[in-house]
Design a protein around this ligand. Sequence first.
Ligand SMILES: Cc1ncc(COP(=O)(O)O)c(C=O)c1O
Length: 455
Amino acid sequence: MWFRSAVVGSGPTRPEPCGAVNSPDRLAAPEESRSEAEPSEVRHPDPGLFALPIASVPEPTVNDSLEAAIQRELSGLKSADLHRAFRKVEARAGANVIVDGKAAVDFSSNDYLGLAGHPELAHAVKAAMDADALGAAASRNLAGNHPLHEELELQLARMKGAEASLLFTSGYAANIGAIPAFAGKRDVIYSDSLNHASIIDGCRLSRAEVRTFPHADTSALAQLLRGDEGKYRRRIIAVEGVYSMDGDLCPLDRVVSLARKFDGWIYLDDAHGTGVLGATGGGTAEHWNLQDDVDITVGTLGKALGVSGAFIAGPQILREFLLNRARSSIFTTASPSALAAGVLAALQVATAQPWRRERLWANVRQLREGLAELGRGTAAGSPGHIVPVIIGEARPTAEVANRLLERGFLVGGIRPPTVPPGGSRLRITVSAAHSSDQIAALLSALADTLPPAPG
Ligand SMILES: Cc1ncc(COP(=O)(O)O)c(C=O)c1O
């Protein structure tokens, strides 16, 4: 499917600028953020995702000192309840963590298969470090390419039903490197309004026209594709397999038929589906039985596979192209080969222990049924392992998360800019490492702490 013929047309007619709008140059850290693009022709259901409620920040003055500028930004964030600070997670064993000195059950991480602390992974990493240096010492183009990197790339390609893959040091690096490699000024990217920050940033770096369509709205996508016929050299549809904050699945069947009809390439970021969805854990495309229909697939290694890093899978020629063209691959030190050994071990454990995925789905069912009993049925079309519980405003969201931590549950309280203003939520992530008792205990703590559902 890759390299389907490009859109035929009379050359790149650039329409009025209407792609993703740059945010004001704020110092605010985007954390695990996504979703800040402005709509292009089709309006987002969420008005102005840039419109963060930090109106209390006074206008900058010309002669501001660095310290004063930073202070102003930080106090604006604090007064809008959007200020962030790290918690210390000092130890992890399965789903149990010590956070800021206190024991808690972790319902906030992306360790969906419970592999992050698995001893086999640690043994593999130690063995690799005994056999060779920890540091790769250079980029892969120079002295940093190790046989373990290539072995892992083959295994990951196999997992995705692809010919080849290329490793990246993170999912963020994959998106900001690959998207500009595929798309440039004469091209257009159709981007789901809930795409992750790294996809949005990759789109911006590419300088392609960006057209944001309302989340999962394939009618709006079709409308944009139809209206753009003949205007661009390449058309790329960028979607996620499982949306990171809402937990719903991309309607990949409909996206594939539109891509076929309008000659677009599909760029699928499957950070959260990889290892989890599909008959063998191959991910979202396997779930839909559409593995041969997706042109470019991103998978991450720091979520279900428990380590860190990412990869892009596709034909051999895609790998060759990316290692020549993706700047975040070319201009960076290779990740330690021991991490590749750790991911290889994770793949082995995941394959040998299919009960992990079965346990995960049983846990998801228990949590979702329990939430429905509490009157907090989750967003429509959201059957996955990421379970949002919408609170609304930022302050009560942070307060509920703090109260849950006092009760021994670490649950993500997600606020803007990660989600739109008014869409603050608990993001509960389920893992195979959770026991049924832990989920029941979380549900009982939620029953005591959740404010009434927003109207
Ligand atoms: C959809 C999506 N893509 C990419 C990333 C970035 O992956 P990484 O954490 O490996 O940088 C994330 C992280 O949460 C994500 O949710």
